[in-house]
Write a protein of this length. Structure first.
Length: 611
C-alpha cells in the first residue's frame, strides 16, 4: 500500500497561512504598517483604492532592506524579530512570526521598492502568487514602499466573500486607529480613492486622540496614571457624561500592542458603578507596561488576546486607578441643591477692609402712643370686610382618605356628594399613573399602556410610512450645527445619508469627517440635533446592507429618542391623542423590537382582589 502523507507545496502552504493571517484588506494594512513601525519609521503613508480590493500601498521612511533581505522577507518564517524560542517571552516588536509577507505574496501581486541609507541604489522585487517575477536595482528613497494589487486574485472564494467597500473601509479605519493610537510620535496619513481621510501629525497622545475622534473626546478625557512594581498603567478615561449606548472606542494596549480583554473591561465598568446609566459605555484609552516575561501574546493568530500572569492583581490596580482619576477631578455625583433665589456669598479677601454693620432705628417710634392703639382699634371694627363674598362660595365636600368612611356634612341630602358623583364629575376617561402608564377602562377590565413604548410604535409607523413614500417634512435650523465624527463613523454616516434624508434630515458633507446639520425632521422639538445624530450613528453600527433593515433600524432609533419620555405628565387631551393614535397603528401590542406595549387586568381579577 502506497504512502498517503506528503508535504504540501510552498504555494499551497502559504495560501493556508494566508487564510489565518490575511482575512481582508484591513489585515494587509495592519501587517505592513506594523512592519514599518518596527523598522523605525517616523512617517508612514497608506494609500488605498476601492477599499483595498484594487490596491494597497504603504510607504515609510524606515531603515529599509538590503537586496538579500528583500528577497528573503517573503519566505515563510523568515524574520528579524526573534531567533530562538525564548525570544517569544521577551518581545519588543509588533511582528515576530515571519508569516505576514509570505501570506500577502501568496494571494496578491506585490511590488516592493526598498533601500537602506548605506546603499546607493535600492531593490525592486515583484511577486505574484508566491512566485518571484523579477528583481532589479532601482532608484528610490530610503525606506520601504509596498504596493499590493489584486488582493485574492487567485482565491476567488475569499474575494467573493469580501463585504461592501464601505464595510471594508470601516474595517481598515478600525485597524489603522489601533496602530496610530499607540505611536503618537509617528506621522501617519491615510488616503482612499485620492481623498485624504486622515493626516495625523506627530504630537501628544491627547492630541492624537483628538485628531482621530474629534475635539469632543479630548474635552471629556481624564488622565490616568499609576506606577507599581507589577505594571504601569497610563492613558485616559472619559467623564461619566461622555457615556454612550455603543462606545466602540474602548482600547487596551499592552507594551504597544492592541488587545481585547473582557476581564479588564469589567474592571473599568466597575469603577463607573452608579455614575452612568445601566447599559451605557464609556470610551477609554489605557496603556499597560508589563514585563514581557509576564505576558504571552502567542496564543491567538491575530495577537489580540494576551494572557497575563497576574490578572487578578492587575484588575484591582486598574479599578483603583480609574476610580482615583474620577475622584481626583471631582467627576463624582454631587447633591444638586436648588440655588434659585439664594444670595451670592463672596469669596473671602483678607486684604479687603470690611465695615461692621450699622444698626438703624427710628428714635421717634413709641408703641404706647395713642395713635398706635387707635389705628389698631379702627381696623378691629372692620373685620366683616375680610369675609365678604364667602356666603357665595360653593360648598366644599372633603374626599375621604384611604380607610375612612365617606360621611360628608351637608345641610341637606341634595348637597351630599357620593364618591360616584365625584368621579363622574372630576375624573377623565383615562388616567396617567406615575408619569409612566396610561390606564383606561375597557369592556373586559382595566387596560394599562406604557406611554413611552406606545409613542415608539406610533412614531415608528409614521417614520416608516414617510420613508416609503418620501414624504418626510424637514424643519430648517436657523443656525446650522456642525458635528464631527471619527473616520469610521463618518464612513457609516455617508452610507446612511439617503435614508436620513428620507427621514427628514438635511445634512451637508463638509469634508474632514465633519457634517453640517441644516434641518431635522419635524416633531422632534427640544432634542439636540448634534447629539441625536451621534446617537443614530451609534445605534446603526451593526446594520446590515439590506435597505429594508436599514430603514427599519433608523426609524426605530429615531422613534426611541423622540418618543414621550417616562415621567412626563400629559394632559387629558394628550392622553386621548396617544391612545387613539396607538389603536390606529399596525400592531398595538408590541413595539418594533418586540416589547409589550399594553396589558389588561381582567375584571374578574379585580373583583377577586377586592373580594
Amino acid at each position: 500500500m502506497s504512502d498517503v502523507i506528503h508535504l504540501l507545496p510552498d504555494s499551497v502552504a502559504n495560501q493556508i497561512a494566508a487564510g489565518e493571517v490575511i482575512q481582508r484588506p484591513a489585515s494587509v494594512i495592519k501587517e505592513l504598517v506594523e512592519n514599518s513601525v518596527d523598522a523605525g519609521a517616523t512617517t508612514i503613508h497608506v494609500v488605498v483604492v476601492d477599499a483595498g480590493r484594487t490596491m494597497i500601498q504603504v510607504i515609510d521612511d524606515g531603515k529599509g532592506m538590503s537586496e538579500t533581505d528583500a528577497r528573503l522577507s517573503f519566505e515563510r518564517h523568515a524574520t528579524s524579530k526573534i531567533s530562538q524560542a525564548d525570544d517569544l517571552f521577551a518581545l519588543h516588536t509588533m511582528g515576530f512570526r515571519g508569516e505576514a509577507l509570505a501570506s500577502i505574496a501568496a494571494v496578491s501581486h506585490v511590488e516592493l521598492q526598498t533601500r537602506r541609507e548605506v546603499d546607493e541604489v535600492g531593490t525592486c522585487i515583484r511577486i505574484a502568487g508566491s512566485k518571484v517575477v523579477s528583481q532589479e536595482p532601482v532608484s528610490c528613497p530610503v525606506g520601504s514602499n509596498f504596493k499590493i494589487e489584486n488582493l485574492f486574485f487567485n482565491v476567488p472564494a475569499r474575494r467573493k466573500f469580501l463585504k461592501s467597500n464601505a464595510t471594508e473601509l470601516s474595517n481598515i479605519l478600525t485597524a489603522f486607529e489601533r496602530i496610530v493610537l499607540v505611536y503618537p510620535d509617528i506621522h501617519f496619513t491615510l488616503h482612499h480613492n485620492g481623498t485624504e481621510m486622515l493626516n495625523l501629525k506627530a504630537g501628544s497622545l491627547r492630541q492624537r486622540i483628538s485628531d482621530v475622534f474629534g475635539r469632543q473626546y479630548s474635552q471629556d478625557l481624564l488622565p490616568v496614571e499609576v506606577r507599581t512594581a507589577m505594571c504601569t498603567i497610563t492613558g485616559f478615561v472619559s467623564k461619566p457624561e461622555g457615556a454612550r449606548k455603543k462606545s466602540g472606542h474602548d482600547y487596551f494596549f499592552v507594551n504597544g500592542r492592541y488587545m481585547k480583554h473582557p476581564y479588564f473591561h469589567k474592571a473599568v465598568v466597575t469603577a463607573y458603578d452608579r455614575l452612568i446609566p445601566e447599559g451605557m459605555q464609556v470610551p477609554y484609552f489605557l496603556y499597560f507596561e508589563v514585563e514581557p516575561a509576564d505576558i504571552d501574546v502567542n496564543i491567538h493568530p491575530t495577537k489580540t488576546e494576551i494572557k497575563f500572569e497576574n490578572e487578578q492583581a492587575i484588575w484591582q490596580i486598574l479599578t483603583a486607578a480609574v476610580r482615583d482619576a474620577l475622584g481626583k477631578f471631582c467627576e463624582v455625583p454631587a447633591i444638586d441643591f436648588d440655588t434659585q433665589g439664594s444670595p451670592d456669598i463672596p469669596l473671602y479677601d483678607p486684604a479687603r477692609q470690611v465695615a461692621p454693620p450699622q444698626p438703624r432705628y427710628n428714635p421717634d417710634y413709641n408703641p404706647f402712643k395713642s395713635s398706635s392703639r387707635s389705628s389698631h382699634s379702627s381696623n378691629a371694627g372692620s373685620w366683616e370686610t375680610l369675609y365678604e363674598g364667602l356666603e357665595k362660595a360653593p360648598s366644599f365636600t372633603p374626599v375621604p382618605e384611604e380607610g375612612e368612611m365617606f360621611s360628608p356634612i351637608a345641610e341637606s341630602t341634595d348637597d351630599i356628594q357620593t364618591p360616584e358623583t365625584i368621579l363622574s364629575e372630576k375624573s377623565p376617561s383615562h388616567y396617567q399613573y406615575k408619569g409612566k402608564y396610561l390606564m383606561t377602562a375597557v369592556k373586559s377590565g382595566l387596560m394599562i399602556i406604557d406611554q413611552h413604548r406606545a409613542d415608539i410604535r406610533i412614531l415608528y409607523d409614521r417614520y416608516m410610512e414617510q420613508m416609503a413614500g418620501h414624504t418626510a417634512n424637514t424643519q430648517k435650523l436657523l443656525f446650522p450645527e456642525v458635528v464631527q465624527f471619527a473616520p469610521s463613523d463618518a464612513v457609516l454616516l455617508g452610507k446612511l445619508l439617503p435614508e436620513l434624508a428620507n427621514l427628514g434630515f438635511d445634512l451637508s458633507d463638509l469634508g474632514g469627517n465633519s457634517f453640517a446639520v441644516n434641518g431635522v425632521p419635524t416633531g422632534i422639538d427640544g432634542l439636540d440635533p448634534v447629539r441625536l445624530l451621534r446617537q443614530l450613528v451609534d445605534d446603526s453600527g451593526t446594520l446590515t446592507s439590506q435597505v429594508a433593515s436599514l430603514n427599519s433600524q433608523l426609524a426605530l432609533s429615531l422613534a426611541r429618542h423622540a418618543a414621550i419620555p417616562y415621567g412626563q405628565l400629559l394632559s387629558n387631551d394628550e392622553i386621548e391623542n396617544v391612545i387613539n393614535q396607538l389603536f390606529s397603528c399596525s400592531n398595538v401590542n408590541y413595539t418594533p423590537d418586540g416589547k409589550a406595549i399594553l396589558c389588561i387586568l381582567p375584571q374578574t381579577d379585580i373583583e377577586q382582589l377586592l373580594g
